[in-house]
Design a protein around this ligand. Sequence first.
Ligand SMILES: Nc1ncnc2c1ncn2[C@@H]1O[C@H](COP(=O)(O)OP(=O)(O)O)[C@@H](O)[C@H]1O
Ligand SMILES: [Mg+2]
Length: 290
Amino acid sequence: MTLNSDLPHSQVLTQNRGPARVFAMVNQSGGAGKTTSAVNIGACAAEYGWKVLIVDADAQCDASVACGYEPDLMTGVATLYDVLLGIASFEETIVPALAGPHGTKGTAPIENLFISLASSNLEDAEQLLGPKTGREFWMRGLIDSVRDQYDLIIIDCPGNLGLVVVNAIVACDEVIGCVKPGWKELRALTRIELKIEEIQNVFGGVKAFLSKVLVVDVPLHRNQGAVYDDSKKKVTTAYADKMLPMVRRSPRIPEAYAAQRALRFFDRAGEATQDYYNVTKMVGFPRRKS
Ligand SMILES: Nc1ncnc2c1ncn2[C@@H]1O[C@H](COP(=O)(O)OP(=O)(O)O)[C@@H](O)[C@H]1O
Ligand SMILES: [Mg+2]
């Protein structure tokens, strides 16, 4: 099967690096900043000289869109769903991330940044995985097969704790819990920790743990009210050793998504962009020396 043949495939998997550190961006709700963070941490680490793969594991395909692709509107494109069906290899789903929408004049591949594409039929993943033997370990096999080719792999999860997310947790080394500030939002972190614990208890050899907490969409101005102040204080106290620098609220973030651009190509000097450079350093990917 020849897939993704008209895409800039030749640059995929050129220099081998690794073995990659593998992160899963997790929150059981949508709208928690997972995709924004996956794409922008990936884009910053790529600029810093690390070879990065983002795995779009969400049927909403937002990471694919943010990296320039709309697989649902493209023909002959291999996605994670095709891998699940057994009609494409994982490597066939991997294309260079783009600094703008695919097919637009002047849109160039982003150096060092790659994406494994998703399509909306990934919605059926839970049903397809259900009867598989070793169904929780499907993604680990895929990730392990390319681990040696990247420095950093980021799995962008859907907003639930279903079988695909269990797969991502089993496949990764570390979970980053993404949350917006607020009481309801912060309770998500406890559920993520319990889910990881449950997975570790059921399966041997799962090393993932909640290693980092990333609070995004933080209002720039003080005086947001007692609930907001309390919740911010609570998360910084409860997760003091895991806290990444917070990402400030910025209208540039939804604008960049609508333009299908990573922030560094949309608002390079902006506050949120600078926040993501800092987050990337703290995740362990500062500017590469060599
Ligand atoms: N720092 C921020 N400032 C403003 N809007 C943000 C910020 N972070 C995320 N958003 C917006 O919040 C929404 C949800 O973010 P997204 O990354 O798609 O979350 P998830 O992947 O968890 O569903 C999007 O519309 C996104 O543009
Ligand atoms: Mg998302």
